[in-house]
Ligand binder design. Structure first.
Ligand SMILES: [Ca+2]
Ligand SMILES: [Ca+2]
Ligand SMILES: [Zn+2]
Ligand SMILES: [Zn+2]
Length: 528
């Protein structure tokens, strides 16, 4: 159902976009398709893996008003293919890649243009996750080429790949209904997605969509394939199972061709280790497993000596260098790391954070301010006298530039930046002052800087972060606290400031206050 809706949406986008893009210069369908044979093969593949709806045939394609939309779909598909450049052309190399054995789950995740356009990340989520700590699985049968216990052993190892990194325990059951039912079948095998015979699709799986359908989580292997264990021959069952279990847990396909969740089969690896992209993907969904070391152990300096002995997650004790609202998530930066929160109280970032420059290549430590520019969704980062611009995680060339290039009236060492989203003004904060910058005029507005309190009554000086959230309220972060400011009443709401990490990262506020905050801190913020 969801997949059909996705296909429909994709087709609608093609049709409606083409109407407004009339007359743009670009390649013709003939140039994109290279040959009628390539177009036929390409369309079959695009339909099979749900890049386009089933209605999309040669006639529809040949009548597209703007062929560049078709080109964009091909380019997106090529991003999932190993060693294929995203040319947007159905060249022979792309056609050859389509014949590689792969997973049957469609590639576009439906997560929105966050993954399809300016890729913020390469892993993706299909929606939903398992809430219970214990997740059961059952292996219903074995293919003729392997004995049942060899299959069970390979599948156990495949579950362990994920169990190492997340706070979930996978338990095999021998009878009855399990959360994850696993079976081998060929062609029509009891669901609406028949397998395709030898080669092509190797397996598929159903994500934890949360509708209570028993098929959720289930894994099916194409019995037309020849599976193997611990050998380079045939199709390695362990690797295919580990990939499919990723889907069972809620991961979609990754555009990182080295990831386990890349859609194409990559061959037997004797000493398999879960790649970093997959670790990020699964821990974003489930958090990390506290009792097991991570593959890449990381250490963060404690914020103060006094807090070193507490047992609170480090993130619960932190203040940040910069807090910003980017692509629908709150990003909090501290030294060389950052944490993400999509929904207050539900941080999906591991306690130790992500390394900033592993996501945003080339970005230095100690970012002081950041915001998402409303008209092109580019992300601007500020530090010292310089700023950097990113399209998703991709740095734009030519940066850093001097902040003075934006306007000679803007100072360096900015403390916070925020944009009010619907129009072209950015507020920059430094100590007791606020500068309002006009993105179109490229200058600081007349009369600015003003004292913060005259523009945002009740908001303190010396901010660390500022952002406008999706509730249309402005949030100002200072040290361990934040202030919620109401644009309409023009005042800080009653009950603020509140502890930022406790509210946004879901740490227990009682523990937090007991361990981290004393009356002196409150005095400092004027709370008496
Ligand atoms: Ca097959
Ligand atoms: Ca199930
Ligand atoms: Zn897959
Ligand atoms: Zn199936």
């Amino acid at each position: 159902m969801a997949v059909d809706r996705l296909s429909y949406l994709l087709l609608s986008v093609i049709v409606s976009m083409s109407a407004v893009c009339r007359g743009t210069q670009g390649k013709t369908i003939q140039e994109i398709a290279v040959s009628p044979e390539n177009l036929q093969t390409g369309l079959d593949f695009l339909k099979k893996y749900k890049y386009v709806g089933d209605q999309m045939d040669e006639t529809v394609v040949n009548n597209l008003i703007d062929p560049s939309e078709f080109e964009a779909i091909i380019r997106n598909m090529q991003l999932y293919m190993p060693d294929v450049d995203p040319t947007g052309i159905l060249d022979d190399k792309t056609i050859a890649a389509m014949a590689m054995p792969r997973c049957g789950v469609p590639d576009p995740s439906g997560e929105g243009d966050e993954t399809i356009g300016g890729r913020l990340r390469r892993f993706s989520h299909s929606g939903g996750r398992w809430e219970e700590r214990k997740i059961t699985y059952r292996v219903l049968n074995a293919p003729p080429e392997l004995n049942y216990d060899a299959v069970r052993e390979a599948i156990r190892r495949a579950f362990n790949v994920w169990q190492t990194f997340i706070p979930r325990d996978f338990v095999e059951v021998a009878s009855g209904q399990a959360d994850i039912m696993m079976k081998f079948g060929e062609y029509h095998h009891g669901d609406p997605y028949p397998f395709d015979g030898p080669s092509g699709t190797l397996a598929h799986a159903f994500g934890p969509a949360g509708y209570g359908d028993p098929i959720e989580g289930d894994v099916h292997f194409d019995d037309s394939e020849t599976f193997s264990v611990r050998t380079f021959d045939d199709i390695n069952l362990f690797l295919v199972a580990a990939h499919e279990i990723g889907h069972s847990l809620g991961l979609g396909h990754s555009q990182d061709s080295t990831a386990l969740m890349a859609p194409f089969y990559s061959g037997y690896q004797p000493n398999f280790e879960l790649p970093y992209d997959d670790i990020l993907g699964i821990q974003t969904l489930y958090g990390s497993r506290p009792d097991t070391p991570r593959e890449k152990p990381v250490t963060v300096k404690p914020v103060t000596q006094a807090m070193q002995t507490t047992e609170l997650p480090l993130v619960c004790q932190m203040s940040f260098d910069c807090v910003a609202y980017i692509r629908g998530e709150i990003f909090a930066f501290k030294e060389d790391r950052f944490w993400r929160v999509r929904e207050p109280g539900k941080s999906l970032t591991p306690a130790e954070g992500y390394k900033t420059n592993e996501f945003f290549k080339g970005l230095p430590s100690g970012i002081q301010a950041a915001y998402e520019r409303y008209y092109d969704q580019r992300i601007l980062f500020f530090k010292g006298r310089e700023y950097w611009v990113y399209d998703g995680i991709e740095p734009l060339p030519g940066y850093p530039k001097l902040i003075a290039n934006l306007s000679s009236d803007l100072p360096g060492n900015l403390q916070a930046a925020a944009t009010w989203g619907e129009y072209n003004k950015v507020y920059f904060f430094k100590r007791g002052r606020v500068y309002r910058y006009d993105e179109f005029e490229k200058k600081v507005d007349e009369g600015y800087p003003y004292p913060i309190d005259s523009v945002f009554p009740g908001v303190p000086k010396g901010l660390d972060g500022a952002f406008r959230y999706n509730d249309k309220m402005a949030y100002f972060v200072k040290g361990k606290y934040y202030y919620r400011y109401n644009d309409i009443t023009r005042k800080v709401d009653d009950g603020y400031p509140r502890p930022f990490v406790a509210d946004f990262f879901g740490c227990n506020p009682n523990l937090y206050i007991f361990n981290g905050v004393n009356n002196t801190d409150y005095d400092y913020f004027g709370m008496g």
